[in-house]
Design a protein around this ligand. Structure first.
Ligand code: UD1
Ligand code: MG
Length: 475
């Protein structure tokens, strides 16, 4: 028998009080993506024909985030008051009225749940023909979770919430992860019968489990706890985030990337990395950062939405945002590429160089201590130590253009808007305020004068003054 078609309801209306946050719990990020995106993804990838996310607390922000990520692939249903998970499923079922077959129900706070767990659950439902199927997990300390209650024969007969457990029930190690697959007809009927008879005076979805036990039985699959941890507070968030990042590091490592220390590497879910690239310890790769083949990302680099092309070498503590680093380019240590920086092939940016909205052509170099803002730098340009592009007049940003082959001597300032023509030289310590023609030399520094013997004279006068002061204080 092939797996049945199914819809999915993802519960995401709760405030997540235990997070103690202004942001709804389900929007806190795990590996760079909102918590709720993960179960939604698992439902979609498992083949759900429709996915309805139940929203409530700060519904508009949750809707907006879902829209950005999933567009029309996901619908939302409003739960006006957060009266419990059972009430939430009632709300989620409303738009699915008239559908047949099965509905998968997922708590919105279980990001580690893989697609294959959803598929296995729907398979189990299809084969068992029971009105309700669910995953369960076994954990040493089930504090906070609902406990699975079984009869002497081992059949599931209910779920008891932690707060409602007897001392004996609290010792049960089999927990409810909040992952169910129900027949639509059974679900409608059992939800209608829910009553808020529990410690929290809420409508508990878990009460449909005892209803199913009396009405055809419950199929259960014991699944690895590694995939089932829910997030209720920020400590659980950090643990799930770490576990997710370890999975991401493993995926890259098995794809041919040397990840020096997976436990100390922070790679977001959408990052792509080419084979034969090395990622050293304490590197953070955020957003849609893409790294080509054979690149080297050294200790402590932080890249946010950055494209690094093949063979580039990022030395320790390079920080880059929304920028592109060309093939075989070298950056760092301690360089800062701010948004819209673009380095051509074999370009070099060295220590304490900051760039912003600046393009460097092939083989161009700025190796030490510089600020290059709003620059258009051609090929084979050399920018000396201490160069500053004075791009801002207090009101507007202006462009500095250095054409191919230009040489900028150390400690120069280029007051934008200004252009230095092809192969021109700017002498050390020049303040460039007007365009420099191609092949010219611009020099604006004061002429040097040497006064013979004056250094010695000065030294003598200073020493005498110091000696006199010492004598004065001794008497
Ligand atoms: C729930 C289960 C518990 C299980 C645990 C697994 C119930 C009654 N309890 O408890 O058996 O062990 O998950 O992690 O179902 N939500 C709504 N509307 C509401 C209330 C909650 O949409 O009115 C959503 C939340 O946003 C969340 C999910 O439902 O995504 C679970 O709610 P939560 O409050 O975290 O339930 P738990 O106490 O963890
Ligand atoms: Mg929870």
């Amino acid at each position: 028998m092939s797996t049945s078609s199914f819809s999915a309801i993802v519960l995401a209306a709760g405030q997540g009080t235990r997070m103690k946050s202004k942001l709804p719990k389900v929007l806190h990020p795990v590996a760079g993506k909102p918590i709720v995106n993960w179960p939604v993804n698992a439902a979609l990838e498992a083949g759900a024909t429709r996915v309805v996310v139940v929203v409530g607390h700060l519904a508009d922000s949750v809707r907006e985030v879902l829209g950005q990520h999933f567009g029309s692939n996901v619908e939302t249903a409003l739960q006006p008051e957060q009266r419990g998970t059972g009430d939430a499923v009632r709300c989620g079922l409303a738009p699915l009225q008239g559908t047949q077959g099965y509905v998968v129900i997922l708590n919105g706070d279980i990001p580690l749940l893989p697609t294959r767990a959803v598929t296995a659950l729907v398979d189990a439902a299809t084969h068992s023909k029971k009105p309700l199927s669910m995953l369960t997990g076994v954990i040493a300390d089930a504090t906070g979770y609902g406990r699975m209650i079984r009869d002497a024969a081992g059949n599931v007969v209910g779920v008891r919430e932690h707060r409602d457990c007897t001392p004996e029930e609290l010792t049960i190690r089999e927990m409810n992860p909040g992952v169910y697959c129900a027949e639509v007809a059974f679900l409608e009927k059992s939800l209608a019968n829910l009553r808020p008879q529990n410690a929290q005076k809420e409508l508990y979805l878990t009460d449909i489990v005892s209803a199913a036990a009396l009405d055809g039985g419950v199929a259960s699959i014991t699944w690895s706890m590694d995939d089932l941890h829910g997030i209720n507070d920020r400590f659980e968030l950090s643990q799930v985030d770490r576990a997710m990042r370890l999975r991401i590091a493993e995926k890259h490592a098995r794809g041919g990337v040397s990840i020096r220390d997976p436990q100390r590497t922070t790679i977001d879910a959408d990052v792509e990395i080419g084979a034969d690239t090395t990622i050293e310890a304490n590197v953070t790769l955020r957003g849609k950062t893409t790294i080509g083949e054979g690149a080297f990302i050294d200790v402590g680099c932080v890249l946010d939405e950055v494209v690094v092309l093949a063979g580039a070498r990022l030395k320790p503590y390079t920080v880059a945002t929304q920028s592109e680093i060309g093939e075989r380019a070298q950056v760092g240590p301690f360089s800062h590429l701010r948004p819209k920086s673009k380095l051509g092939p074999d370009a070099h940016i060295g220590n304490y160089v900051e760039t912003k909205e600046t393009t460097l052509g092939a083989r161009s170099k700025a190796n030490h201590l510089a600020y290059l803002g709003n620059g258009v730098i051609g090929e084979d340009v050399n920018v000396g130590a201490g160069t500053i592009f004075c791009n801002y007049d207090g009101f507007q940003k202006h462009t500095t253009t250095l054409e191919d082959g230009v040489f900028i001597g150390s400690d120069s300032q280029l007051v934008a808007p200004v252009r230095v023509g092809k192969n021109a030289y700017v002498a050390t310590s020049t303040t460039v305020t007007k365009d420099v023609p191609a092949d010219a030399l611009a020099i604006s520094r004061v002429k040097q004068e040497n006064k013979d013997g004056y250094g010695k004279k000065l030294r003598g006068a200073m020493q005498a003054r110091k000696d006199a002061a010492k004598k004065g204080s001794a008497t």
